[in-house]
Write a protein that binds this ligand. Structure first.
Ligand code: ATP
Ligand code: MG
Length: 356
């Protein structure tokens, strides 16, 4: 019997609704494999907690989370609580404290998923984005110089350390090598004349250690265009924190929409827990109505299973999502269906049983 301890932070808005369905599917897996036990501990942190207690998470929250095998997160953020508080004091705090310096976002057009591009071959949209997740444009470095209307000047600095840049690029090369795929680096050396020149330099240096991996390098603007006009160019992709954030939303739109896109925040050394979440936010406009699409969260549950070493189950869950989309009967309104969040979760769980 293998037991894994999962910390659950359902969060705000649609977070709890979608997370419940992710857990439903995970529970189905452990029901089918009696030797895999997942033990959940729920943490009521988020914006509602902030409103009551003045903090997004407990002071010793990081300490409380540190011995879990993984963290499963819904979404944080709600109107009334400024984004810089909800984001920085929970999500980014966890990412940083646990050195989850890799953000993995699959952009894969699975069978049945809608795609806004016409005449695209499904298999041509199959990218694995590896986004730097600990520094870069999200380092929080900057200043508000010269307050006061006319002379106001604000600085926001990107921080790219040798260690931080090299480790994400190296991780991407290892992934590309393992999967027998090419690796594309996305940067912006022509305009960002320090940080991105440095990024390109480190990429070239590390590339020398991986002569077997085919590489390409694009400016971020060109990459955004090529993701639409020629998506098959991209296999494994490595990019900075901000560019990764933006391009993976574009990628999500290509691969079935924001309701389907998942992301893993990984500490590859496994010194600390990694965190799995849908990439969408708390969507307050549709919260509490059973309208939220749980498939992104279910996909992140599949990533969680991969991470725990159960790739066969990760694949099984993804196959079940694919089958659900191909059936096209039980879908939420964002996918032109009429079913509720929990009906979609139920259907995925039952397809999982039928596929075993
Ligand atoms: P964040 O800043 O946290 O990324 P955001 O402002 O980008 O949040 P989201 O919460 O991600 O916004 O969602 C934008 C819109 O997309 C929502 O208002 C909602 O209408 C839709 N949406 C997001 N997630 C889902 C989902 N799982 N199912 C259905 N619709 C969704
Ligand atoms: Mg967003």
């Amino acid at each position: 019997m293998s037991t894994y301890k999962i910390a659950v932070i359902a969060g705000d808005g649609i977070g709890p609704e979608v997370l419940q369905e992710g857990i439903k599917v995970l529970d189905k897996i452990s029901e089918l494999d009696g030797s895999l036990k997942l033990e959940y501990t729920y943490f009521p942190w988020g914006c509602e907690y902030y409103t009551k207690h003045g903090v997004m998470m407990d002071e010793d929250g990081i300490e409380k989370l540190k011995d879990f095998d993984a963290i499963f997160l819904g979404a944080v953020g709600f109107p009334g609580v400024p984004d810089h508080i909800s984001l920085w004091d929970l999500l980014l705090k966890i990412r940083k404290s646990f050195d989850q310096y890799i953000n993995i976002r699959p952009i894969k057009l699975i069978k049945g998923a809608p795609c806004p591009l016409k005449d695209v071959k499904r298999e041509d949209i199959d990218m694995l984005f590896i986004r730097e997740n600990s520094e870069g444009e999200y380092a929080g470095a900057g200043d508000w110089l010269f307050k006061g209307k006319e002379n106001e000047v604000v600085l926001q600095t990107g921080v790219f350390s040798r260690k931080g840049t090299e480790r994400v690029i190296r991780y991407a090369f290892e992934t590309a090598r393992k999967e027998g795929k090419s690796l594309t680096s996305i940067s912006k050396g022509n305009a960002l004349n320090y940080s991105m020149v440095f990024w390109d330099q480190v990429f070239e240096e590390v590339a020398k250690e991986y002569p077997d991996v085919k590489t390409a390098s694009y400016l971020v603007d060109a990459a955004a265009m090529l993701m639409i006009t020629d998506p098959k160019r991209f296999e494994v992709v490595v990019t900075s924190n901000l560019f990764g954030d933006i391009l993976t939303d574009l990628g999500a739109a290509l691969a079935g929409g924001i309701g389907l896109a998942a992301g893993a925040n990984v500490n590859p050394e496994r010194t600390f827990p990694s965190m799995f979440e849908p990439i969408h936010g708390s969507a307050p406009d549709i919260a509490g109505k059973g309208l939220a699409n749980p498939l992104a969260t279910i996909w992140s549950a599949s990533q969680l299973l991969d991470f725990l070493g159960y790739e066969q189950y990760g694949k099984l869950v993804l196959n079940a999502v694919e089958e659900l989309l191909v059936e096209g009967k039980v879908l939420t309104p964002d996918m032109k269906g009429t079913s509720s969040t929990s009906e979609v979760g139920d259907r995925v769980a039952s397809i999982v049983s039928s596929l075993v």
